[in-house]
Design a protein. Structure first.
Length: 225
């Protein structure tokens, strides 16, 4: 990721330029029903997987000799969570798993109203080292809401967040939460793929794209057959 001989700080997020990559359809695999649903490419699966290996190395460095509890936030973080766990296994890093479903999105924007669905067994987290796995931090509203709950009610030994993406916001928006582990710092676009959805579509993409007007206008009920 760095063509110079300078040592790269793996703890700093990889900066994704505001000038996005041109979409070359021949280099990407996706379901035919998604044709013309992307404006541009944000990150390829190769770039994503490479950075995930680096994040796993950072977690292993910080938790070697410990057995952290990794909490996957459903549904968006599932691919990231799966591939990070694979990378941790390659490093012989032990961990335990928990899952929670939270949401603050309606369509293309964050509503600010967090919904928590499903049950997280907080008593199992007491005294444990806990890492919450996120797909993307936008305003940080979701994490700013659930992290104090986890801290107070679960009483973990430590509590951190690992997010694949962190969105750079304009001056009119205030970021409410900052994660310790971040894969990529990305520009402010509505993106889809690799677990990220728009109205429950596009989670099944290997790469991450910027959605097009055609993608936003598409009626997902046409696919429910």
């Amino acid at each position: 990721m760095d063509s110079n001989n300078e040592k790269v700080d793996l703890r700093a997020p990889v900066f994704v330029s505001d000038t996005l990559q041109t979409l070359d359809k021949a280099n990407h695999i996706y379901p035919p029903e998604y044709e013309n649903h992307f404006d541009s490419l944000l990150l390829s699966t190769k770039e994503i997987r490479s950075r995930i290996v680096q994040l796993a190395e950072l977690l292993h460095e910080d938790y070697v000799g410990k057995r952290p509890v990794l909490i996957c936030t459903l549904k968006g973080a599932c691919p990231f969570f799966q591939h990070l766990c694979d990378a941790l296994q390659d490093l012989r890093q032990g961990y335990d798993l928990e899952f929670v479903r939270v949401s603050s999105y309606d369509g293309t924007s964050s509503t600010g109203n967090v919904k928590i669905m499903g049950e997280l067994q907080l008593d199992t987290l007491k005294g444990r080292h806990v890492v919450v796995m996120e797909d993307i931090i936008d305003t940080g509203t979701t994490l700013a809401s659930i992290m104090p709950i986890l801290e107070k009610e679960a009483q973990p030994a430590s509590l951190q967040v690992c997010s694949l993406l962190d969105k750079r916001l304009g001056e009119s928006h205030t970021k409410k939460f900052f994660a310790k582990y971040i894969g990529f710092s990305i520009p402010d676009h509505f993106i889809i793929g690799y677990g990220l959805d728009y109205n429950e579509l596009y989670r099944d993409l290997k790469d991450i794209f910027v959605i097009s007007k055609a993608g936003i206008a598409f009626d997902p009920t046409k696919l429910h057959v």
